[in-house]
Design a protein around this ligand. Structure first.
Ligand code: 13P
Ligand code: SF4
Length: 334
């Protein structure tokens, strides 16, 4: 049943309701920002309850989304699994378009909403289903492994999907001598360095991770030789060569605790450090900032509008959804 729109004021009731969250965000958000975010957070939580919606947020969302309104947070693989397991009627995907498509493919009976339809991805945009068909013609019989950062039509042309957390395992699971690995060249080169399988690569890049340079990492290390460097495999190989640990966003989060390091730097999208700092009060985070403009299209105001109006519903052509789902499920079965 529709409810009257909430006045977005920082009332004493809103302050009391959001106080536990305020404490969690103490390290990353100045007091002056809280009265702006808190009324949206209270409104979104209420709307989500009323609409039977679950809010999924990628690790790159801003702290007020990640800590404030998400029911589940995680990397691309984790969110896909949550979407598949969820019994909510509506999924609000605070991430980018390919993630919302993945949720819809795995949960076709649910309404999947994305707060901003323009939230794209340079990797997903680097390749089309037609490109994959041409590659198959050029390399007959060679299986295709596709990173989840792709559109549904690319997944539909693929044998199996992978994420940055399981790419080596997926490639090796095929038992093939040669594999077409799409579309992230740098993730592919990282996988190639860890397997004997011969990889045919595509020249797709993440516009955020390709901006990091090895000089940046070296200059941070000069400042503190004990600095623990964690990098995402979408970074160029020369950057990964400087890292102490390479892994997916969730892999990095786990490694911060395991490393026991006092000062760390996450060579990835910059909201990650803000989000994980809350769980590691004793760790100092060095914060070089490369923002993903697509991830940042998700705002509290857009999420609230999405829940109020049902915008923007994500649809996937059933003819593509079926083969795309097979490729994702083969990965999830591993
Ligand atoms: P993961 O969270 O799966 O490591 O992916 C990183 C990324 O760039 C998603 O767009
Ligand atoms: Fe795509 Fe890179 Fe942004 Fe992830 S961080 S959504 S890979 S552009």
């Amino acid at each position: 049943m529709p409810t009257a729109p909430l006045p977005l004021e920082f009332t004493p009731e809103v302050a009391a309701e959001t106080a536990p969250l305020r404490a969690r965000l103490a390290r990353t958000m100045p007091d002056v920002e809280w009265p702006v975010h808190a009324p949206y957070i209270a409104a979104i939580r209420r709307l989500a309850r009323e609409r039977g919606a679950v809010i999924l947020a990628h690790n790159y969302q801003t702290p007020e989304i990640f800590h404030g309104v998400a029911d589940y947070v995680g990397d691309s693989l984790g969110l896909a699994q949550r979407a598949a397991a969820s019994d909510a009627e509506v999924i609000v995907q605070c991430g980018v378009h390919f993630m919302a498509e993945t949720s819809k493919i795995l949960a076709p009976e649910k309404r999947v909403l994305i707060p901003d339809l323009e939230a794209g991805c340079s990797l997903a945009e680097s390749i089309t289903g037609a490109d994959v068909r041409l590659l198959r013609e050029r390399y007959p019989g060679v299986p295709v492994v596709t990173y989840v950062n792709t559109s549904a039509d690319v997944k539909a042309e693929s044998d199996i999907c992978c994420t940055s957390a399981n790419a080596v395992e997926v490639v090796e699971s095929l038992g093939a001598e040669r594999v077409i690995f799409l579309p992230d060249e740098y993730l592919g080169r990282y996988v190639a360095s860890r397997t004997d399988v011969d990889l045919i690569l595509w020249k797709g890049h993440c516009e955020v991770h390709e901006r990091f340079t090895p000089e940046e990492v070296r200059s941070m290390r000069r400042f503190d030789p004990k600095l623990y460097v964690l990098a995402h495999p979408e970074c160029p190989p020369e950057v990964l060569a400087e890292a102490d640990y390479v892994g997916s966003t969730s892999g990095m989060i786990g490694e911060i605790g395991r490393s026991g390091a006092a000062r760390v730097v996450l060579i990835t999208e910059c909201s990650m450090s803000d989000n994980v700092a809350a769980a590691h009060p004793a760790v100092e985070f060095v914060r070089p900032c490369n923002l993903c403009p697509h991830m940042k299209r998700n705002t509290l105001s857009a999420i609230r509008r999405s829940l109020e109006t049902g915008s923007h519903e994500v649809h996937v052509d059933p003819a593509l959804a079926q083969p795309a789902r097979r490729a994702i499920e083969r990965m999830l079965e591993l």
